[in-house]
Design a protein around this ligand. Structure first.
Ligand SMILES: NC(=O)C1=CN([C@@H]2O[C@H](COP(=O)(O)OP(=O)(O)OC[C@H]3O[C@@H](n4cnc5c(N)ncnc54)[C@H](OP(=O)(O)O)[C@@H]3O)[C@@H](O)[C@H]2O)C=CC1
Ligand SMILES: CC(C)(CO)C(=O)C(=O)O
Length: 342
């Protein structure tokens, strides 16, 4: 049981971070500080406008503290937060890296703060292990459907289903992150508006979610078809979606012995009603001209599969296409120099 209010820092208050903030503040067991970037001015001045299938319509809603910089514990003399939650897109190929971004808000030599990575993808905890050996790290696997349609306007149309468990970290007694994960579940679920559960096996959960994210995210983004239209499109399921998904199922087994359920491919294809016409987050990012999370969603499972000697030809092509698209966005954003046309 939680007997005192916890301090929580959320870095990234877009589609997922804003709903996490609502859950935590509404439950009354946490005081939330949120770090924003492009939506900072609008949220600071007018608050969020939230249309949520879990929380209803909230106008002018703000968490306890809204900032536009990651707190620097030492320079600002702030006591360590109980939890730091990273809710940005995780894009290791575009600076700042996740580690550089949250480093000022993590204590160097104590395990007081628990870091929760509420993000998609594989191996996202690894870059933190060496620079932050004492920080317990939790894995947050979210099945929410949420989007920020304009700055500060969040539309959540699929319920918030969240699994929380401990990432294995070699320096820390596993009992510590496990306890913190259970405590987080209590805090997050207190308002009874969400389905947040403790998971003892987040590796399994992450591979299971990759059946969606490594396949439908890039296929929808590249083709411009949402996951409903993809089911209607001539031959797309048999020609693209199923082969890609079976490669993830095989890689999960080859890489770490994770055995996904026999029906995982069909269940993932049909996870949302066709008429939801859901756009996976990578497709939404491409529509907005944003960078895409292709390295952790696609690159990491592919590299792991390759290292284990497992062939993944469909994912290899999707990865190379996604990489070329990322380069195009870099050019659009002026991050690469292209010789003049002659
Ligand atoms: N949306 C969904 O339905 C789901 C998303 N996920 C995963 O959850 C994670 C978060 O996704 P989502 O909320 O959709 O992403 P969004 O793009 O909606 O939100 C991310 C937020 O982080 C902010 N941000 C990025 N970099 C910084 C920075 N350096 N400093 C401060 N703020 C920053 C962004 O600001 P800015 O606008 O300036 O870029 C944006 O407001 C991702 O890993 C995603 O794959 C998982 C399940 C479902
Ligand atoms: C599976 C889904 C659609 C939501 O939970 C997602 O993870 C995403 O959009 O990236």
């Amino acid at each position: 049981m939680i007997d005192d209010k916890k301090t929580v820092l959320i870095v990234g208050g877009g589609a997922v971070g804003a709903i996490a903030a609502v859950n935590l503040e509404t439950g009354g067991l946490a005081t939330v500080t949120i770090v924003l970037r492009s939506n900072y001015n609008v949220v600071q001045e007018k608050g969020y406008t939230i249309e949520s299938c879990d929380h209803g319509k909230l106008n002018g809603w703000r968490p306890s503290v809204v900032r536009n910089t990651v707190p620097n514990l030492i320079e600002e003399d702030i006591p360590p937060y109980d939890y730091v939650i990273l809710c940005t897109k995780n894009i290791p190929d575009i600076p700042p890296t996740a580690v550089d971004l949250v480093a000022p808000a993590l204590p160097k030599n104590s395990n007081k703060t628990t870091l929760l990575l509420l993000q998609n993808g594989l191996n996202i905890e690894r870059p933190f292990l060496r620079p932050h050996p004492y920080v317990p790290i939790l894995s947050g696997i979210s099945m929410i459907g949420s989007a920020e349609s304009s700055p500060g306007h969040i539309v959540q149309d699929e319920g918030d289903k969240l699994l929380i468990g401990a990432f294995p970290t070699s320096n820390i007694n596993p009992a510590v992150p496990e306890r913190r994960a259970e405590q987080f579940v209590e805090m997050y679920g207190k308002a009874r508006k969400t389905d947040c559960k403790y998971s003892p096996d987040v590796l399994h959960d992450r591979w299971k979610k990759l059946v969606f994210n490594a396949c439908l995210n890039p296929i929808c983004a590249i083709t411009g078809l949402d996951d409903g239209r993809l089911r209607l499109a001539d031959g797309a399921l048999d020609g693209l979606v199923r082969p890609a998904m079976w490669e993830i199922v095989g890689a999960a087994r080859a890489v770490c012995g994770v055995q996904l359920a026999d029906d995982v491919v069909e269940a993932t294809i049909n996870v949302d009603p066709l008429e939801s016409y859901l756009k996976p987050s990578m497709q939404q990012d491409l529509d907005k001209g944003n960078f895409i999370e292709f390295e952790n969603l696609l690159g990491e499972p592919l590299r792991e599969g390759r290292n284990a000697g497992f062939a993944m030809p469909t994912l290899e092509v999707l990865y190379q296409l996604a990489k070329a698209i990322q380069w195009r966005i870099k050019e659009e954003r002026g991050l690469v120099e292209v010789p003049k046309k002659k």
